[in-house]
Design a protein around this ligand. Sequence first.
Ligand code: SF4
Length: 324
Amino acid sequence: MKEPGWYNRLNRFFKEKFGERVSKIPLDVGLTCPNRDGTLSQEGCIFCHNPAFSPAAAIREHGNNPGSVRKQIRDYQWRSENHGKVPAGKEEPPAEFVPRNSYLAYFQSYSNTYGPLTLLAQLYEEALQTPGVIGLSVGTRPDCLGPAVIDLLTVLAQRSHIWLELGLQSAHDTTLKKINRGHTFACFKDAVEACRGRGLYICVHLINGLPGESPSAMLETAVRLAPLSIHGVKFHQLQIMAGTLLEQLYRQNAVTPLSQTAYLKIICNQLEMLPSPIVVQRLLAETPRRDLLLAPDWHVPRAQFSRMVEEELRSRGTWQGSRD
Ligand code: SF4
């Protein structure tokens, strides 16, 4: 039996699997998304502003090139292993630099299985060939997972650790339509099924507080995910970023962000419903672009929020999966 307050943290998962801490290196490799390039729409999801969440995408937004996959990875490792304080005049890692730690290359911005297969294979391989990289985390949409790219990732999973981060946000088709996702919950379930038994780890991205969703609808999303063949979840509170379609709804009072208290309760309710093996990769969204964040007006550091979730579960006498 799990202890009250328990939930399955990503750090614990890595420690048990690899015997050490593993960090993710966020990358922007210049891919796009069918919900942006006009294939499905040009507007994108109503909350989407990639540069607000991805430092590398922010570099590209200003007309600069964040560099090759290898360069982005090496620069990150160099800064990280110097605790963010690289020596003056040594901003670039020297050729002889060998990272001490283990990393996953996180293909974060936009849809990273959407592109020519040869290009995707080259990008993934470049990441895996960079010292210190033990695997990939590939962010994408469920409708960008055709058989060929799943086969490619399956082969890579035989020699490295591969997470697929699938944007879902909600298991309700009415909400998916409202937020202009361009796919359904059935499409997501088909993608999960197509990846089953391939050695791939599936992490689902969810947003709480989407327009029109009640706390019970958010809980229902967790209930619908529970029986599926998924391995991880990332929770986010709805954040309203300047320049998004969501900003217009917000200014028309058509959407109200969740309070911190309400969000905490919803997360705990959802955790109680999710099977205990599912790895919780994130409990809270944080944007490096606070200047673009219009709402909500509360901010809690991730570590503090994690303690609050544990406290809440402990006070209820429950844990992740206790109501599964
Ligand atoms: S699928 Fe992702 S990248 Fe594409 S519009 Fe939606 S949030 Fe943005």
